[in-house]
Design a protein around this ligand. Structure first.
Ligand SMILES: [Zn+2]
Length: 452
């Protein structure tokens, strides 16, 4: 394999903190790893990637997603509803129509958006595993990830209980016995889980939503089973005030204290959202190394509130950034997610609430820490070459005094090159072998069928 040298960029944000936050020069990649950063001259035989007019970030890491929702964007019935109404009218009303074709088109759209916004690692929380499927959703998602070259953590969701708002006229969300759920996660883990620090494939055990998807004592059993398999735990928590009210009423405790009682804290656990936390809950999560997948665009879109990611970060909590499903975001673009994260905390708390560099750290090193992938997330010699090269050639970037912050403050940039483990997955702004016009046409046919 020839070395790759990326040259000509304005500068590099590393995902590190302090004086190492920014650097400049070229990057040499040898056998999929970063071999040199700085004054690097290409040698005969090197493959040179031109980054003139660009800035370089670590490949972005999205730690919570639902790829199937990329064919459920902007569903009219749910466009102005908050979480519970949206769940009822969008995912719960359409899940039974999602066949293998819809899932593979949704996953392709999602991976394409993520790659073109510089994302190299994706944690997908998939919770539709029905007994009567003639296809295996996990295999479909792994196959698409393989085809697109993305690093994937499949958070295998599911429920042992149907949620009470299952709607007359539609099929209730699939459930399974706890034994069957554990057996199936074990089977997936034995086939796909790689514990390596730079794993391309991982499994997490991820019952959909603890207060409603499983019984409290089942949470203990799941935590024990995941730890005996060596896989992490993931779920949704405290997305709306309703989670807090429900847990206080039914369990007599706020959600974080309740899940902590059932073994659901630690460096092998991460939760999506955590919008409604008090200081005591944040302290429990920070002290135990439990991670947050901050999803600001979905939280804005559903009117859920602003998660205290900035405070949690300052407390030493593990913050990562995530796009959540495109049915409650209408995109899965990590650049716009960073832009929103940068703006929303400042709108609520003042212009010094978060810096661009903090947001980039959440979206890179933070994600790597939360997912337990220490070989990715920063640009340093020896790390896996997961790299995003953003082109700043649009009018919105012209006139920037500090190009390095361009992709975040402008909210849009084109990824000219993206590499996963040194392998180019976006080349000159395109995903090799993917016909975007054909994908859009295919998506439109699936949407027509789902909407009929
Ligand atoms: Zn979610």
């Amino acid at each position: 394999m020839n070395d790759i040298v990326i040259t000509g960029a304005h500068g590099i944000l590393t995902g590190l903190t302090g004086p190492a936050e920014r650097t400049s020069g070229a990057i040499r990649i040898h056998h999929g790893r970063i071999a040199e950063i700085g004054a690097v001259a290409p040698k005969p035989g090197d493959r040179v990637l031109d980054a003139t007019g660009c800035v370089i970030y670590p490949g972005l890491v999205s730690t919570h997603h639902h790829l199937f929702q990329s064919v459920l964007k902007g569903v009219k019935a749910g466009i102005d509803l908050s979480l519970e109404g949206w769940l009822r009218t969008v995912p719960y009303s359409h899940w039974h129509l999602l066949d293998e074709e819809a899932l593979s088109v949704g996953a392709t759209i999602g991976f394409a958006e993520l790659l073109l916004s510089g994302t190299t690692t994706v944690a997908d929380h998939h919770y539709l595993f029905a007994e009567d499927y003639r296809f295996d959703p996990a295999s479909v998602i792994f196959e698409m990830a393989e085809r697109m070259g993305v690093r994937l953590v499949l958070a295998r969701g599911g429920a042992t209980r149907a949620r009470s708002f299952d709607i007359p006229g539609t099929q209730p969300m699939p459930t399974e016995s706890l034994d069957a759920m554990i057996r199936r996660v074990q089977d997936l883990a034995s086939r796909h889980h790689d514990p390596a620090p730079d794993a391309l494939r991982r499994i997490a055990f991820a019952p959909t939503t603890p207060p409603w998807s499983v019984a409290p004592d089942e949470l203990d059993v799941i935590a024990e089973a995941a730890r005996s398999m060596g896989v992490p735990l993931h779920s949704h928590l405290s997305e709306t005030r309703h989670y807090v009210d429900f847990c206080l009423e039914v369990h007599g405790k706020r959600p974080v204290h309740w899940v902590a009682d059932h073994g659901w804290t630690g460096p092998d656990v991460w939760f999506a959202h955590l919008v409604h936390m008090d200081e005591g809950e944040m302290r429990v999560l920070a002290e135990t190394g439990t991670g947050m997948a901050h999803c600001p665009q979905s939280n804005c879109r559903l009117g859920s509130g602003v998660a205290p990611a900035d405070l949690f970060d300052r407390m030493g909590g593990r913050v990562s950034l995530a796009v959540d499903g495109a049915a409650s975001n209408e995109s899965c673009d990590m650049l716009s997610e960073m832009h929103t994260a940068w703006q929303v905390h400042r709108a609520a708390k003042g212009a010094d609430a978060v810096r661009v560099e903090d947001v980039v750290r959440w979206a890179t090193a933070g994600g790597a820490t939360v997912l337990g992938l220490p070989a990715i997330g920063t640009l340093e010699v020896g790390k896996a070459a997961d790299i995003a090269v953003f082109d700043l050639s649009q009018p919105r970037h012209a006139g920037l005094h500090d190009p390095l912050i361009g992709p975040v403050v402008s909210g849009v940039a084109t990824a000219r090159h993206v590499l996963v483990g040194g392998k180019p997955v976006v080349e000159n702004g395109a995903i090799p072998g993917l016909d975007l016009a054909a994908l859009s046409a295919h998506a439109a046919r699936v949407v027509t069928r789902l909407a009929a």
